[in-house]
Structures are given as C-alpha cells and as structure tokens.
Design a protein around this ligand. Structure first.
Ligand SMILES: NC(=O)c1ccc[n+]([C@@H]2O[C@H](COP(=O)([O-])OP(=O)(O)OC[C@H]3O[C@@H](n4cnc5c(N)ncnc54)[C@H](OP(=O)(O)O)[C@@H]3O)[C@@H](O)[C@H]2O)c1
Length: 318
C-alpha cells in the first residue's frame, strides 16, 4: 500500500506520524479482515514478552491461536506476565522460559533445551541504557541485547526456522533514521558513551541485518518494523523527559504492536522478505542520503556478528 501526497506531508512532520494521530490516520487504510486468521498449530517465541510491545504481541498471537513462548530474562517478572496473560486470554496456550538475550551463553542454552518447531520468532527485547554497561561476556549492553543476541538466536535456530518456513520479525526504531552505521560506535567503542546514539546504531544495524538475512535465507520471511512512539515502561524509564513531554500523544502499546502482529499473522507479509514496515505499509530504510551504508560496510557488520557470536550459519552463500 502506497500512501498519498497528503499522508506523506503529514508523515514528514514525524510527530503526526509516530504518535497516536499517525496510527489512527494510517489505520484508515488497513485492509479489514487481514487479522481474521488462525495461528493454530504455530509456535511463536517472543523475546522481552513480559512488558510493553512484547507483552501485547504475545497476547495477540495467543488470542489468534498460536502457542506462545514468553522469553523473559527475569523469572519473577516473567511469571507475573504469564499469570496476567493467562487471565486475559484463558483459551490461549502460553509458556514461560528464561532468556537473557544479551548473553550468548543463554541464547545457546535456550536453543539446546527446546527442540520444537518455531514458526514465528519475534525479536522484540530491547534496551536503551544511558550509562555504558558491559555484559559478563565483554560486550556493551545495548549492542549485546539489541543485535548480537538476536543474531545468535536466529543463526542457531536456522535449521528449525527453515523447516518451519518461519517468519522472523525484528522490532527496530524510527530513531535509527538520522544515523549512519558505524561499527566502533555500534560496539560502544567511543570516548564518551551516549546511550541514545548507541541505541540508534543498534536499531540501524537491525534494519541492515534484516535485509541481509532475507537475501541469504529465501525460505524464511524476515521483516523489520518500527512501532512509532508507544507508551511503554521502556519509554517511561529510559526516556523520562521525552515521555513527560509526549505522553498525551503517544500510541498505546497495542497500536505500537499492531504492525508486528500483522507481520506475524496476515497473509500479505508471507509474500516478501527483507523490508522495513510501519503501520502495515512498507517504510523507507533511509530518510537521508548521507545515512546510506556501503555494501562493504554491510558485509563488515555481518562478519562482525558472525565472528563475535561464533555462529557461522551452516550453508550460507558467501
Ligand atoms: N515504545 C516505543 O515507543 C518504541 C519505539 C521504538 C522502538 N521500540 C522497541 O520496541 C521494543 C520493545 O520495547 P518497549 O517499548 O515495549 O519497552 P519495554 O516495556 O521496556 O519492554 C522491553 C522488554 O525487553 C526486555 N528485555 C530487556 N533486556 C532484555 C534481555 N537482555 N533479555 C531479555 N529480555 C530483555 C524487558 O525485560 P525487563 O522487563 O526484564 O526489563 C522487557 O520485557 C524494543 O526493541 C524497543 O527498542 C519501542
């Protein structure tokens, strides 16, 4: 679906696009009935499913009939989300498993202990820490959580995802638009750490990796989406000033998650792979020519992820 000139003008304001008014305007063009589908027989893994966009996505997929595994780093928060989601969707099939996606050891462990077919893999967990933190494996936390862990999880699940003809969905952010990929900044190798800049680098990388995965794995559907601005615990805690200024115009978590659920369940996204989506429409990956990375830089990003995760995926063309 292409948006008209008036929509494009309003979208250029960002506020009238990323906020609730943008969702409501874009939703007028949604095709009715696209989410009247059954996901019975499908298993979905959702990372960071105990809060915000991850929680409402898990709930929506469960309500559509999928068996949903909530992958959460904190057992108590996970258990509380599981109890809540079971109360809200009594007919749903939900399970909880522990996964700290910033830990490559944890990623290996979850793949080793679960042998089920995964039809929908939702890379939702994300962080925006304002201080530099290093994981016990030696990686800056934003980079480890938002990029390295998800890369490792997709890589290690590949045989399974291929067999299931899976959809692999990544929640990125419109905050990546002003940023050009820079590998040192992406890894937090900067003199003065800036959490928002580090976050934007990881979100830019997610969009690039989404396209690279799609080119390498034609049997799997890869999609990235950005939710606009949704009122979630993540925004409240990581960006309190932004939240205070914009809370009246923020989307609900459900509105933020709508495109994610659509990508998981609707028929249309089953016909393409590698794109970025926003409000059920394809979105440009770049808003400015100077943010475009070269093929060489994309390859360097891929190589770095492969090397650091030690997960050279089997059978990938060079
Ligand atoms: N809300 C927005 O406006 C917005 C805009 C652009 C992009 N996004 C993206 O949307 C996604 C969801 O964010 P949200 O707004 O819903 O925030 P949220 O409410 O903070 O949810 C983030 C989830 O990720 C989990 N998480 C963080 N680190 C993790 C780790 N190492 N392992 C496993 N889970 C981890 C959190 O678990 P804990 O509860 O244990 O911390 C939480 O469940 C993120 O990728 C974010 O970048 C959101």
């Amino acid at each position: 679906m292409k948006r008209g000139a008036w929509d494009r003008l309003l979208d250029a304001t960002v506020v009238l696009s990323f906020g609730r008014a943008g969702y409501e305007r874009h939703a007028r063009a949604f095709h009715p009935g696209e989410l009247e589908v059954s996901l019975a027989g499908k298993t979905a893994w959702v990372t960071g499913a105990n809060s915000g966009i991850g929680y409402v996505t898990a709930r929506a997929l469960g309500a559509l009939g999928a068996r949903v595994v909530l992958l959460c780093r904190d057992e108590a928060r996970g258990a509380s989300a599981l109890a809540r989601i079971r109360g809200e969707v009594p007919a749903g099939a939900f399970e909880l498993d522990r996964l700290d996606i910033s830990s490559l050891a944890d990623v290996r462990a979850v793949v080793a202990r679960r042998s089920e077919a995964v039809h929908l893999l939702v890379h939702n967990a994300g962080v925006l820490p304002l201080q530099r933190t290093t994981t016990s494996e030696g990686h800056e936390l934003t980079w480890a959580t938002n990029v390295l862990g998800p890369f490792a999880l997709t890589s290690l699940l590949l045989p399974n995802l291929r067999q299931a003809k899976a959809r692999v969905l990544t929640v990125t952010s419109g905050g990546m638009y002003p940023v050009r990929l820079g590998l040192p900044a992406l890894q937090g190798q900067v003199e003065r750490f800036d959490g928002v800049a580090a976050y934007a680098q990881t979100k830019r990388s997610e969009v690039i990796l989404n396209a690279l995965w799609a080119a390498r794995e034609p049997g799997i559907r890869f999609h990235a989406m950005h939710p606009g601005w949704a009122d979630t615990p993540g925004v409240q805690h990581s960006l309190p000033r932004f939240h205070g200024l914009t809370r009246q115009i923020l989307r609900t978590p459900e509105q933020g998650a709508d495109t994610l659920v659509w990508l998981a369940a609707a028929e249309r996204p089953g016909h393409s792979s590698g794109q970025l989506w926003f409000d059920r429409a394809e979105a440009p990956t770049h808003a400015f020519p100077w943010t475009r990375e070269s093929e060489r830089e994309r390859a360097a990003l891929w190589g770095l992820c492969e090397r650091l995760t030690q997960t050279a995926p089997a059978g990938l063309p060079a």
